[in-house]
Write a protein that binds this ligand. Structure first.
Ligand SMILES: [Zn+2]
Length: 145
């Protein structure tokens, strides 16, 4: 395969390394297909691939995943952005519109401090959602005058 290791074979963009636990907990297909390889997450919205193996030989698509993936549907209000404490894009947007702020970040931080998060099993990207949440809030606040 003519594939640069760690780059999505479809979009040719650099993927984000994910652990085996994330791939296994996210797949809706038989885990017999999971190999002892490094997998990567493709964050491009216009690409249907969620995970790919380092060599690019194996691809898992959005329909192979148990969750709706925020990065693949960044404008869908129903899709979760925080998978551990169930904050959706729409809920955050609504709160911002009606109150000018959102309690999502505080709620997530309290959850993290209480050891209640499980990002590597819950979030398709395999780690904490806070970066995405901060980016979203900034985006929504600047789009909005
Ligand atoms: Zn891709």
């Amino acid at each position: 395969m003519n594939n640069q290791p760690g780059y999505c074979p479809i979009t040719r963009t650099k993927g984000k390394k994910v652990g085996g636990a994330t791939v296994k907990s996210m797949l809706s297909v038989s885990l017999r297909t999971v190999q002892d390889k490094q997998y990567y997450f493709c964050r491009e919205a216009n690409c249907d691939v969620v995970y790919f193996s380092e060599d690019g030989d194996q691809l898992f698509y959005t329909h192979d995943i148990r969750e709706r993936v925020y990065q693949k549907e960044p404008h869908n209000p129903d899709v979760l952005i925080c998978y551990c404490f169930h904050h959706s894009l729409g809920a955050i947007q609504q709160e911002l519109e009606s109150t000018g702020k959102t309690s999502a970040v505080d709620d997530i931080n309290v959850g993290i401090q209480s050891g209640q998060c499980a990002c590597d099993w819950r979030n398709p990207q395999g780690d904490c959602c806070l970066g995405n949440v901060h980016r979203l809030i900034k985006q929504l606040s600047t789009n909005h005058d």
